[in-house]
Design a protein around this ligand. Structure first.
Ligand code: PMP
Length: 304
């Protein structure tokens, strides 16, 4: 990732991709205290547009606030930075990675004297788990790692350090031959994937876990709104793993994963063991909305 052409917005300036480096004593590198976002831009008829840029920027600032990190830039400046990162890299579609991290002024747990740095990188990134995953669904394994407890790390913050848990879970699932992990909360109820929220479908209704220990996904919110507009009831509640086994359909949502059908959990087929019809309907609508093909929610698109 580091050795390529392009530019990265780094503390207010565009710098060459290869020069966007930081010192090895960078505080966040040692302790994981930082916040980031994953944002996508899609090619539309009117030009490249960033999907739900305001909501992603709001969540970045909310994450920083939760961790007590002072942001050195305004939301407006970071909105412009994200647009510029796509534009200046000549990207028709993009995945964007804004991140705020502490500097290298001091070592030790105290962050009091540290400066906050901000970067925004943007690059072309296709289907997160591959096109086949979007078309036919993925095989998922319940993780032996629990999702964070709400009073250990802050689950509503998209914080760098939180992802150690995601990496452990994903690594375990991948080593066992699955494409993704499903994490349960500390009480054993379904929380989310390593980087996705989860939905199940039963008797024409959509169910998704409440947000106690899951990230407040922007794709999740998008799907809730789109399903509701289609007249599909959406119920937020605690879900058990055997409710997923017995579901008619299941899918993951996330900026990177978009709408990825789940065809199997723990070697049990979900429904017919393929991408289900409601999943497919919502996936198509999602892609139509993000690429501006649907007139619905044009306000979610920001041209770069
Ligand atoms: N949960 C976790 C742990 C994630 O990392 C992500 C990806 N940001 C999501 C859920 C989905 O969030 P969003 O739809 O906002 O990308």
């Amino acid at each position: 990732m580091a050795d390529r052409d392009g530019v990265i917005w780094y503390d207010g300036k565009m710098v060459n991709w290869r020069d966007a480096t930081t010192h090895v004593l960078t505080h966040t590198l040692h302790y994981g205290m930082g916040v980031f976002e994953g944002v996508r831009a899609y090619k539309t008829d009117k030009g490249t547009a960033i999907f739900r840029l305001k909501e992603h920027t709001d969540r970045l600032f909310r994450s920083a606030h939760i961790l007590g990190m002072k942001m050195p830039y305004s939301k407006e400046e970071l909105i412009e930075a994200q647009k510029a990162a796509v534009r200046d890299n000549n990207l028709e579609s993009a995945y964007m990675r804004p991140m705020a991290f502490y500097g290298a002024e001091a070592m030790g747990i105290s962050a009091k004297t540290l400066s906050t740095h901000v970067i925004v990188a943007a690059w072309k990134w296709g289907a997160y788990m591959g096109q086949d995953a979007l078309d036919n669904g993925i095989r998922v394994k319940t993780s032996s790692f629990s999702r964070h407890h709400v009073n250990i790390t802050m689950c509503k913050a998209k914080a760098n350090g939180n992802y150690m848990n995601s990496i452990l879970a994903h690594q375990e699932a991948a080593q066992d031959g699955y494409q993704e992990a499903l994490l349960l909360d500390v009480d054993g109820f379904v929380a989310e994937g390593s980087g996705e929220n989860i939905f199940i479908v039963r008797n024409g209704k959509l169910y998704t876990p409440d947000l106690t220990s899951a990230l407040e996904g922007i794709t999740r919110d998008t799907i809730v709104q789109l399903a509701t507009e289609l007249g599909i009831p959406v119920i937020e509640k605690r879900i058990t793993r055997d409710e997923v086994y017995g579901a008619d359909e299941a899918f993951f949502t996330g900026t990177a994963a978009e709408v990825t059908p789940i065809r199997e959990l723990d070697n049990r087929a979900i429904g017919t063991g393929t991408a289900g019809p409601i999943t497919k309907q919502l996936q198509k609508l999602y892609f139509d909305v993000v690429t501006g093909k649907s007139a619905k929610h044009a306000d979610w698109l920001t041209l770069v």
